[in-house]
Design a protein around this ligand. Sequence first.
Ligand SMILES: N[C@@H](CCOP(=O)(O)O)C(=O)O
Length: 500
Amino acid sequence: MLLYESTRGSTAPVPAAGAIKTGIAPDGGLFVPVRDVSMPPEELAGLVEQDYRRRAAAVLQLFLTDFSPAEIRDCVSGAYGGDKFDHPAVAPAIKLDDGLFVLELWHGPTCAFKDMALQMLPRLLPLAAAKTGEDKQIAILVATSGDTGKAALEGFRDVPGTRIIVFYPARGVSEMQRLQMVTQAGNNVHLVAVEGNFDQTQSGVKEIFADPAMNAAAGKGGYRFSSANSINWGRLVPQIVYYFSAYLDLLRQGEITSGEAVNFVVPTGNFGNILAAYYARRMGLPVHRLICAANRNNVLTDFIRTGIYDRGREFYRTTSPSMDILISSNLERLLYAVTGRDAGRVRNWMESLRTVGRYEVDDDVRKQIQAVFWSDFAGDGQTAAAIRDTHKRYNYLLDTHTAVGKFVYDRYREATGDAHKTVLVSTASPFKFNQSVAAAVLGEEAVRGRDEFALLSALSRFTGLPVPQGLRDLDIKPVRHTLTVAPGEMKRVVREILGG
Ligand SMILES: N[C@@H](CCOP(=O)(O)O)C(=O)O
């Protein structure tokens, strides 16, 4: 059975069910498999003609060895079956030109890539709780810069044995993201705005996980904590699937030949999405470079270029708010992998990040990272120009986050001349960031004074595409969540909700 250990080295290894149920390791580290996992080439070849569900089951089974094939099949059909996704391929790879494809990950209920994992985790978590003999309910704490929150609320809505509390930065999400969250229905869902930025919100949640008194209070109320952020291994595995699926689609469409390496461009803030691509590569998926696209909060770009991670910088609010992050949680897993599982070094770096706000990795680590990753960033003006130009050139509308990726892809091509076929990972529907997207394609004048819903209609007319189901009717749904607190009040709120 495949076990999972902590990147900080002081937690006894556990099966996947234990890692998923716990979310974050008790020593503050992140769970990772104790050994590399490979996708056998013959198994990969056998998946070319299969649909997304079969591909997902194959990848998941390699990691979740304590889940039976029948359990995984049920989870996969529940997550990706029926009409949950509004595209038959679930995550289609769309050709823009001979060298560039867009992997659309936003056909799920909340119009962002988070649905790819957050339709799955609510199925895995109750199973994980049962497998580990858990007698308490699971209280899921989430920090969001906009997309994870809604996808987690929707995924866990009324899931028996769970209660979910989502914290978001009060002024750090798009208006559509906010409306999606404040109108969320469900008997087990709670939403709290925090007067702070995403980093403060995420640190607040991590403090709660690490606080013995909070854990005891949750226990008294009949709960144990878990996470639906990408710190939870159960969030990452379903994200590995779509990298395989994109590659298999390109093979099936005859765009690449078997074994041909491709690049992935990934807009990322918390480093979870691109880390999933890195795991796919380690499993044997032919990947040449992973191109990490950042916005003006370019802490990851600086790190990949210099080996210095320094969060001591100004925090900007951008038109790609889901990536407004300066503390990228999942980098810890990458560091663990490239140091050959050196928990001591990882612990020291993370301690240094916590206490002095920066760390610097050794040359060997930096070089290993640079051998795979390349990074650049886009400002808001460059993001808007990428939306406009891509629409003009390909008649294809990008959301702001994907546009950051497109800008960085163009930079990458210019800088390296690399001609490998490239998949641009599209993380959200353009309708979700309608204000910035409409301003980019229709002009600032055309959006001035028009509300979100007028802009949805305007974009729908402009593209000839329907407004996605998940964004319709937000103007008539009742607002159910209005609580706003200071970062220092997050613990109190959790105690009150869980009644410990
Ligand atoms: N971009 C995220 C931030 C949290 O990231 P996660 O992948 O760790 O959940 C968001 O939209 O909330």
